[in-house]
Ligand binder design. Structure first.
Ligand SMILES: [Zn+2]
Length: 293
């Protein structure tokens, strides 16, 4: 993807945006990673791309649901309840219903819908996932956002893209709540949770009954954000096995990247993949430091 924004933008830019969009892969990603911003944004549109119900049915059964539809409906209701705690600052919530773990197969339709939404709502800033090999849907949503912004660049100013943390396995171990270094990424900005934020986050997380067994792993004292770099989605985000290659997800990095290349080709965007931007062997060539709010 070619450069789409000034990497010098501060995350606080989102707080000034008249129309901000938070787009995440799963119901609960927003409560896990972005409360400090969500609680301060004047207006935000929210899109949850997948239905949160992996098709193998294991997660649904573990949560006590007989059908994927029931499980997915329950996850949607949890999200509505959780986001309801933010009050009128949430302008709209859309559930796009892509099957969980299948977002990379649906890049074309996701990008099309996203371009329309950005145009219709005059979105100025987007907050989304980083490309980090943690979950194939997180990476797919990052890809779709960057692709949509490249398409929009030719028409008018594309929105600035900012990122929240999730998890990755850059050094062979799963790490939650920190970014992988990536050339060209903005400075990492740390937002400590105030007592009020912590209470809100806890109440929001408590809405996610079906996810109680995973949700406790995530940091509750601070959140990190940064301006997105220009990613080369056709190269691995870091050397070594990706997190989703070593877990229960039926996806390899090679396969994900082949699907990404096919989607970018169909969208006519392959030429925007930066030539010569190689991750190389050193993932920490660029580090603009950390700023604490
Ligand atoms: Zn997620």
């Amino acid at each position: 993807m070619k450069p789409h924004l000034s990497r010098r933008l501060s995350v606080t830019e989102i707080l000034r945006a008249e129309h901000a969009l938070l787009i995440v892969a799963h119901p609960d990603d927003e409560a896990i990673s972005a409360i400090t911003l969500l609680a301060r944004l004047p207006h935000v549109e929210i899109v949850i791309v997948t239905n949160g119900a992996p098709q193998n049915g294991r997660a649904a059964r573990r949560a006590g649901f007989e059908t994927l539809e029931d499980y997915s409906r329950a996850r949607q209701e949890e999200t509505r309840r959780s986001l309801g705690l933010l009050g009128p600052r949430v302008s709209s919530v859309e559930f796009w219903g892509v099957p969980d773990q299948r977002a990379i197969f649906e890049i074309g339709p996701i990008v099309g819908r996203l371009v329309e939404l950005i145009r219709a709502k005059s979105v100025g800033c987007i907050l989304t996932h980083a490309y980090e090999g943690g979950h194939p849907d997180h990476d797919a949503v990052a890809l779709a956002v960057h692709a949509a912004c490249v398409i929009l660049e030719d028409e008018h100013e594309a929105p600035a893209i900012f990122e929240m943390t999730s998890y990755h396995a850059a050094n062979g171990q799963v790490v939650y709540g920190t970014f992988l270094d990536y050339p060209g990424a903005g400075r990492v900005e740390v937002f400590p949770l105030s007592a009020e934020d912590r209470e809100l986050k806890q109440r929001m997380l408590n809405c996610y009954d079906t996810q109680r067994y995973v949700i406790g792993r995530f940091l509750k004292t601070e959140e990190r954000f940064r301006a997105a770099p220009t990613y080369d989605f056709l190269r691995p985000p870091h050397p070594g096995p990706l997190n989703y290659e070593s877990r229960v997800w039926d996806m390899s990095g090679d396969r994900w990247r082949r699907l990404a290349a096919r989607a970018l080709d169909r969208l006519g965007l392959l030429e925007h993949v930066p030539a010569g931007l190689s991750r190389g062997d050193s993932p920490s060539r660029v580090n603009e430091g950390v700023y604490r709010h």
